[in-house]
Ligand binder design. Sequence first.
Ligand SMILES: [Zn+2]
Ligand SMILES: [Zn+2]
Ligand SMILES: [Zn+2]
Length: 180
Amino acid sequence: MAVIRFSLLLVFVLRLGADVSKCACDPAKPETMEARECGLCREAERHPAGEEFFVLKDINPRKPGRWLVLPRAHHPGPHALHEMPKAERDRLWRFAIATAREKFGADWALAYNGWKVRTQCHMHLHVGKFIRAAENSNFKLVRRLEDFPAPADGGVWIHPVPGGFHVHTGEEIMETALVR
Ligand SMILES: [Zn+2]
Ligand SMILES: [Zn+2]
Ligand SMILES: [Zn+2]
């Protein structure tokens, strides 16, 4: 119980620490991207304009087994998944799945944390090895990535199963299903 209370407190502190929903970063005005929560926006700006998506090693030393997949383009405010145009979202998932397979074979998982709990505004998917013990019943079996949902609230985590993918939703922090 103490552990649960501690982690709830931590989530609360993280939420106080950075509210990316009000981010006003604008790539046309570099001075608007100097905030700590816009670090991944600045990273995206370092990539050539023609590169639609890119892969980044997670720089957190406590997550040595993690990568991030990010779009080069920016979206307003918290760069929310449901606000990304559908065709771009499909290409992002396709690129992320290919990256995850290349790094982890059949044992991959992808996670998108809800924008309310993110500490970085720029859209990013977490790529890692799937923790089997994290499996739960809160999923939909989806056959094609074109049918992945984009909830306005909460996050998404995805892992492959025979015949398609499990798409898990209903929580904000989803990256805990991935090995750090
Ligand atoms: Zn920002
Ligand atoms: Zn951005
Ligand atoms: Zn599952």
